[in-house]
Each structure stands twice: as structure tokens, then as C-alpha cells.
Design a protein around this ligand. Structure first.
Ligand code: UD1
Length: 425
């Protein structure tokens, strides 16, 4: 059975909305809860399948997990050092973040090999190289990665590229490993900063996040007691909503939008003719009659343009007046949405890691399939802007990161219904 969104497009999206909690911030923080003795309370946890799957992993490890709406309570006092090599973990890339947390808690860890995914090969060599520097033995088995350490020690680590996941795994382990760890070439993403903020709240000593050099003074087990943290708003969902309003000719106010985390995307939206107004914890966008083309986008590590918003901006630019160029520098296979957008009337030419988009006056409804999370979101906003009816398949990918798109876009005036198709095999 495949779920899809039946979308009746062509209406401007208008209104005020609060942005859900950040997927990429909450996932490493959930893994970090294993390092905390006692209860952790996380507010503003998004209701998305990646979070539910991670909560299942924590339960499997013996943590007490309770969810009341967007608040999640986790008590890891009785967590056990089990392998995560079956079921849920093998379908989740982010289970690799449990390596650092489990190693920090138990001195050993086994997680399924993450393998490639729809957007690229996504190796974890940098995570493992950093662990080895901290005294960890890492064995790559056929389907899993087993790491163990007799004695952990802080280390000087230079990352050849600022991997978000590797930086987070290092933070998780170094927060509790004896000694000082210095990470040069660290990722500066706000989600890395959120993880450090959470760990520090629980008693870790992490300095310098948001710059490319991070220093961590290991403290052994994190403090027992009561750690309470508010998950920040999701900048990728904020970007999605802004693109949706821009491409449907609408107006939107993001109640808890953080403009400082979206500097480059906001500048690009202005280049397309959108008017942007920034207030504390609020972003307003008013779309022009017709979007202007002519821009060039290159994805890069923060604070450069985020690869996760590349599909959304490609979607937006299919309706801009003129030609635009997108260079994808982070993931090697992240243009699956282009062909689907072409089925809706877009003109996109792909050559290697570059896409040339010649804007059209309009898109038309079509039956399309989003092959990954952001590709699905890009197609959904294209369908909301297109004339006529569309079917957007790939809901299971959207579910990983977007809370109830029907309610969110519906509240802004979009017409979409989630439906279930019964297929006979
Ligand atoms: C995280 C985000 C993802 C985002 C990406 C880039 C989460 C849960 N996911 O993914 O949404 O698109 O950052 O901003 O936070 N690399 C290596 N070896 C490694 C690790 C990474 O070569 O050991 C390469 C990757 O193939 C990629 C680049 O480094 O080309 C960036 O990857 P990375 O920052 O690690 O992305 P993730 O942490 O997987």
C-alpha cells in the first residue's frame, strides 16, 4: 500500500505558522540522553518517524521513554549495552550517532553499517578515524560496525572536511572520555551547536562550537538529576515553508523562524524578488507577482547554502523568470527530484553535479515520486504551486522529517489530502 498526497494546486499559501522542532538537532540529542544519568526532558520534539524510530531504539536499549505531545522524557538509568543490529536501526542512517553515545556509556557499541542512501554513498570513515585516535578499536563486519575501547583518551583530531555527523559523534564520545579533545575543521551547523548546548546543560565542558575549532574537556559520566531542553526550530522546514509561499505567490510569517540560521537562503529569496522582513524570532515573506531568475546556488557546509534546501530551491526556481544554476557539492546523487519536476513542466538540465533551470510561467499537475525526504518536500511544494491536480508519492520519506504536511499546508490555504492506494501484487 502506498500513501500519496492528492494536491489541488494553484492557490497562494498565506498565514502565520510555528515551525516544528529540528530533526537534525533532536536526533543526536536523543542519542546523547544515553550519557545522562537520570531523567532528561526534551520539549518541542517533532512528531516525525525518524524521532519515533530513535525512541524505539532507546526503549530497546532499556531506557524509559514517555511522550506527551511534543514533550519527551527519557530515563537512561537502566540502559543496557545491547547491539543495535536488527530491525529499526538498520533502516536509519542516524543510528550511527549511537556509536559515540554507546561507546561513551559502555565502552563498546555495535550498530548496523549505514551503507549508501538515495542521495549518495555517505561513508563514515571520518567518524571511525576520529574514534581510533581516541583509543577505540573499530571493526567493520559484513553488516555492522563494532567498536570497543579499554581506555578512552582525548585526542587532537583534524577533520579533512567538516562532517556534521562525525563532529557530533566526536562530541558525544569526547564529552565523557578522560582528557582534552580538540577538533579542528569541525562542522559549524546550528545542530552541532544545539548538541553541545544540551551536553553542557547536562554537565559537559564543550567550548567553541559554531567555530571550526572545538575543545572538549571530558568529564566522565554526565550529571545525574534533571536536564530539560527545548529543541530549536527546524531551519530546513522553515526554508521549505518560505519556498512554498514564494512559489505560490503567497505571504507567510514564521513565528519562531531564526533568520540568522538562514542567511544565504534568505538572501537568495530576496534575489528572486521576495520581500523579507525580519523581527526577533520571526521571518515574514511576501512573494512577487513573478519570481526573478538569474541566480547561481552552490551548496556547502554551514554557513554556506545547505544541501538539504537544494531540492526546495530547485523547485522554486522552475517558476523564476530566467535561467538559474545549482551546483551540488555535498552529495553526489541529489537531483532525483529534477526529472519529476520536469514531469510537471519544468525545464531542468543536469550535467554531473550541476543543474541548469530555465524558469517557466507555470507548472502543471502530475503524478510524481519523491525518492528521499527533501525531494518529496520539493515535489509537494511544486504540486501546491502547479495548476491542476497532482499525486505526490513517497510519503514514507516525507514522514521522516515533516510533521503532518496536510495540516501544515492546509492551515496556509493549500488543498491536499493524504490518501492510501491499495496495490495488488
Ligand atoms: C547531516 C544531516 C543531513 C545533511 C548533511 C549535510 C543529520 C541527521 N543529517 O548528514 O541532513 O544533509 O549533514 O549538511 O544531521 N563524509 C565522508 N566521510 C565521513 C562523513 C562524511 O566522506 O565519514 C562526506 C559525506 O559523504 C558528504 C559530506 O562529508 O559528502 C558531508 O556529510 P556529513 O556532514 O557527514 O552529513 P551527515 O552528518 O551524514
Amino acid at each position: 500500500m502506498a500513501d500519496y498526497f492528492a494536491v489541488q494546486g494553484g492557490k497562494p499559501l498565506e498565514g502565520t505558522i510555528r515551525v516544528q522542532g529540528s530533526k537534525n538537532a533532536v536526533l543526536p540529542i536523543l542519542a546523547a540522553c544515553l550519557l545522562v544519568k537520570g531523567e532528561t526532558v526534551l520539549h518541542h520534539c517533532p512528531m516525525i518517524s525518524d524521532v519515533e524510530d530513535t525512541l524505539l531504539l532507546l526503549r530497546k536499549l532499556g531506557c524509559l521513554v514517555q511522550r506527551e505531545g511534543h514533550t519527551v522524557r527519557i530515563d537512561s538509568t537502566d540502559a543496557a549495552d545491547l547491539s543495535l543490529c536488527d530491525g529499526t536501526a538498520s533502516t536509519m542512517r542516524s543510528s550511527v550517532l549511537f556509536l559515540g553515545a554507546l561507546l561513551g556509556r559502555f565502552g563498546h557499541a555495535e550498530v548496523p553499517k549505514p551503507g549508501g542512501c538515495a542521495i549518495g554513498a555517505r561513508p563514515i570513515d571520518l567518524h571511525l578515524a576520529a574514534f581510533r585516535q581516541m583509543g577505540v578499536c573499530c571493526e567493520e563486519k559484513e553488516a555492522s560496525i563494532y567498536c570497543h575501547a579499554n581506555t578512552l583518551a582525548g585526542a587532537k583530531i583534524s577533520l579533512p572536511l567538516p562532517s556534521v555527523g562525525a563532529t557530533e559523534n566526536i562530541l558525544l564520545l569526547a564529552a565523557v572520555a578522560p582528557g582534552t579533545t580538540i577538533v579542528h575543521g569541525a562542522a559549524k551547523e546550528p545542530e552541532v551547536q544545539a548538541l553541545a548546548e544540551f551536553l553542557n546543560l547536562c554537565g559537559a565542558n564543550i567550548y567553541g562550537t559554531g567555530t571550526d575549532t572545538i575543545r572538549i574537556e571530558g568529564v566522565g559520566r554526565l550529571q545525574s538529576g534533571h536536564c530539560e531542553y527545548m529543541i530549536p526550530p527546524d531551519r530546513m522546514v522553515a526554508g521549505t515553508l518560505l519556498c512554498a509561499a514564494a512559489m505560490t505567490g503567497g505571504r507567510i510569517c514564521l513565528k519562531n523562524g531564526r533568520a540568522e540560521e538562514l542567511e544565504v537562503p534568505l538572501r537568495l529569496l530576496e534575489e528572486t524578488g521576495c520581500r523579507i522582513f525580519i523581527r526577533p524570532e520571526e521571518i515574514l515573506l511576501a512573494a512577487p507577482k513573478r519570481l526573478c531568475g538569474g541566480c547561481t546556488i552552490a551548496t556547502g557546509a554551514y554557513p554556506a547554502f545547505p544541501t538539504d534546501l537544494q531540492p526546495l530551491f530547485m523547485s522554486l526556481l522552475t517558476l523564476a523568470d530566467g535561467t538559474c544554476m545549482i551546483n551540488e557539492t555535498i552529495f553526489e546523487a541529489r537531483f532525483s527530484h529534477a526529472l519529476e519536476l520536469c514531469a510537471m513542466g519544468a525545464d531542468i538540465r543536469i550535467r554531473g553535479q550541476s543543474a541548469v533551470i530555465t524558469g517557466q510561467k507555470k507548472l502543471h499537475g502530475a503524478c510524481v515520486y519523491g525518492q528521499d525526504l527533501r525531494a518529496g518536500a520539493a515535489l509537494l511544494i511544486a504540486a501546491l504551486a502547479a495548476e491542476g491536480e497532482s499525486r505526490v508519492y513517497g510519503c514514507r520519506f516525507l514522514d521522516r522529517g515533516y510533521e503532518d504536511p496536510q495540516a501544515v499546508f492546509g492551515a496556509l490555504g493549500g488543498t491536499l489530502i493524504r490518501k492510501r492506494e491499495k496495490t495488488i501484487i
